[in-house]
Design a protein around this ligand. Structure first.
Ligand SMILES: Cc1ncc(COP(=O)(O)O)c(C=O)c1O
Length: 380
């Protein structure tokens, strides 16, 4: 049955893939059919081609397709030789996978509070956390905005640490003209369906300019075997499949257009919200693109103390929103043994109570952005 609800009354979802899929429908069916006809499903020519394309996009020589970004992080850590007894400094304000990967590698996550404006790790707070066990710094480019990498890289060089980028949310973003993925020793990308470049299932990639790290990840993803059935080291099964790679290669052709659309939507949100009473009264904080960064707006995230009431108000007005993330990692039950407590990272704790991500995807219409902004302007 056709949906005859007037556009002005339709619910605005926080995220909607069906619009993009409808636009690409015939091409998607065609690339998926090709894979089915060829009958080769795990790794293969689409994965190899995608690896080359993503390496080029990130400005590095090597890319290795894996099952998801959680595994990409885990395998990148293992490839850097990080394991039991080691410490890795990271942000507590991220998706669980970032800290989870460190723990899975057998190392200890050491959390460092965030910059309250960008929500990324605050480089000024890193150095006091370094011990003789520290092996790496793992910044996350949260919401699509690169972390402030130059000071992080300088600290890492001084203390001989690896820099591992969690670029799950930031494909296509740049920092001082350099693409994310090329900023540290190794970086990890997610192709989870809702990401800026999303597959039709799970998928991820490790990118690096270091041939040794690349070589190790390449064998770690296939049970440590360079030659089939001959494992040199203990790895796991973490491979990207041909259907995902075919879908991703097709979508990659549109990524820069979609990024521009996200940026245009962000600009419109900014224009409309900067003049709102809530912003003028300083109760509402809007995202800020740090100088020298090219933000890809995986999320458009605002913040206010009265978040839950605003969220309910948006919901009553038919507008979806989301909270990324409501519980910082140092307060997750899974990390209770690390001994952190409430109050340890005030900025991350405040962000987890105040952030709210508004609808953001390339196919969001201007009318929908106006409706979201109008609902926020009316909020009292
Ligand atoms: C910051 C961050 N790191 C890691 C991941 C893990 O990615 P995946 O879902 O591909 O395992 C995500 C995905 O949500 C993420 O947002």
């Amino acid at each position: 049955m056709p949906d005859n609800t007037p556009a002005a009354e339709k619910r605005i979802p926080s995220f909607d893939l069906t619009r993009q899929n409808a636009l690409l429908h015939d091409e998607l069916i065609s690339v998926i059919s090709e894979v089915i006809e060829k009958g080769h499903f795990i790794l293969g020519e689409n994965v190899a081609a995608l690896e080359e394309e993503i390496a080029r996009l990130c400005g590095v020589r090597f890319a290795i397709g894996v099952a998801n970004c959680s595994d990409a992080l885990y395998l990148a850590l293992l490839a850097c030789g990080i394991g039991p007894g080691d410490e890795v400094i990271t942000t507590p304000f991220t998706f669980f996978a970032t800290g989870g990967a460190i723990a899975r590698a057998g190392a200890r996550p050491v959390f460092c509070d965030i910059d309250p404006v960008t929500y990324n790790i605050d480089p000024h707070r890193i150095e006091p956390l370094i011990t003789e066990r520290t092996k790496a710094i793992l910044p996350v480019h949260l919401y699509g905005q690169p972390a402030d990498m130059d000071p992080i890289i300088a600290i890492a060089e001084e203390h001989d640490l690896y820099v591992i980028e969690d670029a799950a949310q930031a494909i296509g973003a740049t920092y001082k003209g350099r693409p994310v993925g090329s900023l540290g020793d190794v970086a990890c990308i997610s192709f989870f369906p809702t990401k800026n470049l999303g597959a039709f299932g799970d998928g991820g990639m490790v990118v690096t300019d270091d041939p040794d790290i690349a070589d190790r990840v390449r064998i770690l993803r296939v049970h440590g075997a360079r030659k089939k059935y001959h494992s040199e080291i203990v790895g796991c099964n973490s491979r990207l499949d041909e259907i995902q790679a075919a879908v991703l290669r097709l979508k990659l052709q549109h990524l820069s257009t979609w990024t521009e659309k996200r940026r245009r939507i962000a600009k419109l949100y900014m224009e409309l919200l900067e003049s709102s009473p809530l912003f003028r009264s300083r109760n509402l904080r809007l995202p800020e693109e740090a100088p020298g960064t090219f933000h890809v707006y995986h999320q458009f995230t605002i913040a206010l103390a009265d978040r839950e009431r605003l969220r309910a108000h948006l919901d009553e007005n038919g507008i979806g929103s989301a909270v990324y993330y409501p519980v910082p990692l140092h307060l997750q039950g899974a990390f209770s043994a690390l001994g952190y407590k409430f109050g340890d990272f005030p900025e991350a704790e405040r962000a987890s109570k105040e952030v709210l991500s508004l609808p953001m995807f390339p196919e969001l219409t201007d009318d929908e952005v106006y409706r979201v902004a109008e609902a926020i302007r009316e909020f009292k």
